[in-house]
Design a binder for this molecule. Structure first.
Ligand code: ADP
Ligand code: MG
Ligand code: MG
Length: 884
């Protein structure tokens, strides 16, 4: 096992082992781009360290060997007092986790080597002392957990003592004094001196990077982003180059295209005479990258050439970190860049136009969750609201909410169910919980590459940053003479960067309007809409899974059809028993004689028939799966407690309330300890004579009526909660009689099938398929019963703990548990089809619209997924992606 790779030895496909940063540094090195030499310690070394609590035995020797090679290449020894080599020690995991883990720059500087560094820089003492104080600060914070504020306070004092505002106004002597102050801070917090052995610095920094994998904020970020917890991080050791050597030096970040819109061009930020994280942290205001052309045309031109090389090589938008040291350009990082959802679609379509990728590949470059983001509404500005201020639109979306100024308040207020906008000068990784809780994020500093921007884009959260007219205090913000306090409402537009006072109304997204078929003609050529259309059309051509919708009303059915639904996979009938009709249901339940009951059923039937006719008409020509009544009947009755009190009060007043008394008795009789596992679904149909028959008759009558109008009804009757074939056979026998009787000569064909949602049904699917023409997996109940927990009870009660412990990485109600519940689906699909080869298989749980689950259902070989109307385009896209 090899734990250390020179940059020459790696390549971009080794991300699992070298992390994204290391793999791409190797790739750039091998492309002949100017990358400072260095090596990567593998993620495997990190996993070993985290597992065993110490390094693998071979590691130290391998680091020695690679360090020796690096020293030879550069011609300097690490931390040498006359002519020191300095290195950066940089984290870099498989997946980019911006700002989550640690990096230490200038490793190798000591009291002895600081003078050597100054000589290297042509007698630049200021630079040498500045680099040293940065090392102590970063090393102290990262490696030894010294609170950052302790260093910042010392820096403040130094500036105040001198009466200056900016770091660059401190001269060599000031910085030398600051180093002394920092070393004191270091000793105070750690109990030992700042290490003067360069190799010890290196080793401690490597260990700290390994440990940072499990820092709280990294753990939280991974959970949010669904990144597995056991990957570990690689560590890159890179020879230092210096952007802080003067005004002919600097550091910057760049994108090969606009990461927000996808437009090709020059995008990025540059900061002269600065090192490392100064740009990303938004500590000083940066220049637009285009300005670099004026400052240093040669480096600028070379950077553009390299950007073109990288885009051609990766065939995608890349983002880049670079540093210029005295007019010499160095590449410090690249990766296929994060982008907004809109940019993902437009870039993919543009790359197809440019002949760089084909449509199949374009489909792999976008995701269902990106499409979901594009379906968010945006602000309606027709009322011409006057903006409070504006900043950089860093992550699109329209969000309004109460202003809060701390991460903690964001969490508290949003826990009370109120939307919040988190306002900060700039964010840092400690703000992550508040960023997750907030609807939107607003900062006064930093650009599109600041921490706030990068993290918000990753989370798909609305963000405006760099609103620099705004002054953010501890509990208010001011813009000119205007003050906004905690609790005031503002609206933040992450697309335009505008911030409005109060709540601005929102309007639907153009992508939704396009689906609805009512997009303004002038917006029909919108590049985003065109890209979505093109890629989704290609997904439709590729996918094997059909996509249906869950819809209970004609209006929902019609909308879903516009969104591309190929039928209804689940029409619930229970809402049809609520409202005015509740009284009829009560009559049914309270019926004392057969005649009473028949009266109630007869009154319900025409109402049901009208419901079904409307839906079948909207879905004319497409299959419509109607589920017979499912929930426990007591859900249609008043609450036991309320009724008991009402009757008791009446009795106290000596009144007789006959109806209420009868109702109370019925409610008592039907009260269940575990309604989820009680009298519901097929059990109801078997216990209450005539109930299912009434529904079946109404369905068939509606179909016959539609056929008489010249329509093409395709009803499918679905029996819920079946656990044994005998249940289904009993219902089927009765239904078939009614079907035969009602359809007569109409030519209407009615299909009968069942839900598979009880584990026993999945395990006896071979038998059940004898009586079923289709299966529809009810994965919500199958998950509840498979795990033995009730969704309503567990999600708030203990799921957080399960997620924290990693018992599951994501709630099994959100994304199907492929190993357990998914196995039940697999077994039922195989055994059902063994009995009845043409058996149609679908899924109608909420998983039908979840991207990961769609891929699973594709793999299992289902015929269709069914999901809510708004998820239909997402399922279409993911089904296409699954088929590539
Ligand atoms: P992150 O993953 O947070 O971006 P990096 O490891 O990329 O962290 O490092 C943080 C900053 O330090 C970046 O701006 C990077 O360009 C700079 N940096 C890293 N290594 C070097 C180096 N060898 N020389 C100069 N600057 C460096
Ligand atoms: Mg970092
Ligand atoms: Mg970086």
């Amino acid at each position: 096992m090899k734990f250390v790779y020179d940059f020459h030895e790696g390549n971009k496909d080794l991300k699992d082992l070298l992390g994204g940063k290391g793999a791409n540094l190797a790739e750039m090195t091998n492309l002949g781009l100017p990358v400072p030499p260095g090596f990567t310690i593998t993620t495997e070394a990190c996993r070993r360290y985290l597992r065993d609590g110490r390094h693998a035995d071979e590691l130290a020797g391998e680091i020695d060997a690679h360090l020796a090679t690096l020293e030879q290449t550069i011609g300097r020894r690490l931390g040498d007092s006359d002519d020191p080599l300095l290195v950066s020690v940089r984290s870099g995991a498989r997946f980019s986790m911006p700002g989550m883990m640690e990096t230490v720059l200038n490793v190798g500087l000591t009291d002895a080597s600081v003078a050597g560094l100054s000589r290297q820089a042509g007698g630049n003492d200021r630079f040498a002392w500045d680099s040293y104080r940065r090392l102590i600060q970063m090393f102290g914070k990262t490696v030894c957990d010294v609170p950052g504020a302790a260093f910042e306070d010392a820096l403040h004092e130094a500036k105040a003592a001198k009466g200056v505002e900016d770091d660059v106004q401190l001269d060599a002597d000031d910085l030398k004094a600051l180093v002394t102050a920092y070393k004191k801070v270091f000793v105070e917090h750690t109990g030992h001196e700042f290490p003067q052995d360069p190799r010890e610095q290196l080793d401690l920094a490597v260990e700290a990077v390994f440990r940072s994998w499990n820092a709280d904020r990294a753990v939280l970020y991974r959970r949010q982003e669904r990144i597995p917890a056991d990957l570990g991080t690689a560590v890159n050791v890179v020879a230092m180059v210096f952007g802080n050597l003067g005004n002919d030096s600097g550091t910057g970040v760049a994108f090969t295209r606009d990461p927000a819109s996808g437009e090709p061009g020059v995008y990025g930020d540059y900061l002269a005479n600065a090192q490392g994280e100064d740009v990303v942290a938004g500590i000083r205001n940066t220049l637009a990258l285009a300005e670099l052309e004026k400052l240093d045309k040669r480096s600028y031109d070379e950077l553009l050439r390299i950007m073109a090389t990288l885009e051609g090589h990766y065939r995608d938008l890349c983002d880049i970190e670079f540093t210029i040291e005295r007019g010499k350009l160095w590449m410090l990082q690249t990766r296929v860049g994060k982008r907004t959802a809109a940019a993902a679609f437009t870039i993919a379509a543009q790359l197809v136009d440019e002949g760089v990728i084909d449509l199949d590949e374009a489909l792999t470059r976008v995701t269902g969750s990106q499409l979901a983001q594009l379906m968010f509404p945006r602000f309606d500005l027709s009322g011409d609201p006057v903006p409070l201020t504006r900043g950089v639109g860093a992550s699109p979306g329209a969000a309004y909410g109460e202003v809060v100024f701390t991460s903690q308040r964001a969490v508290e207020v949003s826990a009370q169910g109120r939307p919040v906008i988190l306002v900060r000068r700039e964010t840092n990784p400690d703000d992550l919980p508040g960023m997750i809780a907030a609807r939107g994020i607003l900062t006064s500093r930093g650009g599109k590459t600041s921490h706030a921007a990068v993290v918000a884009r990753g989370m798909g959260k609305t963000c405006v940053c760099g609103a620099d007219e705004m002054t953010v205090g501890p509990d208010s913000l001011t813009i000119g003479s205007r003050t906004i306090r905690e609790g005031d409402v503002i609206s933040v537009d992450g697309t335009t960067g505008r911030v409005y006072p109060g709540e601005v109304p929102v309007r639907p997204s153009e992508v939704v309007q396009y689906f609805e078929g009512d997009l303004d003609p002038e917006r029909a050529n919108d590049p985003l809409v065109a890209a979505v259309h093109r890629i989704l059309t290609h997904a439709d051509e590729k996918r094997r899974l059909n996509v249906r919708t869950n819809a209970d009303t004609g209006a929902d059915a019609a909308r879903a059809r516009r969104f591309g639904a190929q039928g209804i996979g689940l029409c619930r009938t229970e809402h049809m028993f609520l409202g005015d009709r509740r009284e009829l249901v009560e009559r049914l339940i309270l019926a004392r004689t057969e005649a009473d009951r028949d009266d109630a059923l007869a009154a319900l039937r025409p109402l049901q028939r009208a419901d079904f006719l409307e839906i079948l008409r909207e879905m004319n020509g497409l299959p419509v799966t109607i589920r017979l009544i499912d929930p426990p009947l007591h859900e249609f009755l008043p609450s036991l407690e309320e009724l008991a009190v009402k009757v008791a009060v009446a009795h106290e007043h000596g009144q007789r309330v006959e109806h209420d008394e009868r109702m109370l008795a019925a409610v008592r009789r039907m009260h269940e300890q575990n309604p989820m596992l009680g009298l519901r679904g097929v059990r109801l149909g078997l216990v209450i004579p005539g109930l299912f028959a009434m529904q079946v008759r109404a369905i068939v009558e509606a179909a016959v009526a539609l056929a008489a109008e010249g329509g093409n009804p395709r009803p499918e009757i679905m029996v819920p909660l079946v656990g044994a074939v005998q249940e289904l056979e009993t219902v089927r026998a009765e239904a078939e009689k009614i079907i035969a009787e009602v359809t007569g000569e109409s030519g209407v064909r009615v299909v009968i099938g069942t839900m598979i949602e009880v584990p026993r049904a999945a395990l006896t699917a071979g038998q059940i398929a004898e009586a079923a023409e289709f299966f529809s997996f009810g994965t919500n109940d199958l998950t509840q019963m498979g795990w033995g927990f009730s969704r309503d009870d567990v999600e708030g009660a203990f799921f957080w703990r399960y997620l924290e412990l990693g018992i599951f990485g994501i709630s099994p109600f959100e994304s199907i548990d492929t190993e357990g519940v998914g196995r039940l689906v697999r077994i039922a699909a195989e055994e059902g089809r063994a009995t009845r080869p043409g058996l149609k298989l679908g899924v109608c749980g909420e998983h039908g619209g979840d991207p990961d689950s769609v891929h699973f259902f594709h793999d299992v070989g289902l015929d269709y997924v069914s999901c809510s109307p708004f998820r239909v385009p997402i399922a279409r896209l993911e089904a296409g992606r699954a088929a590539i």
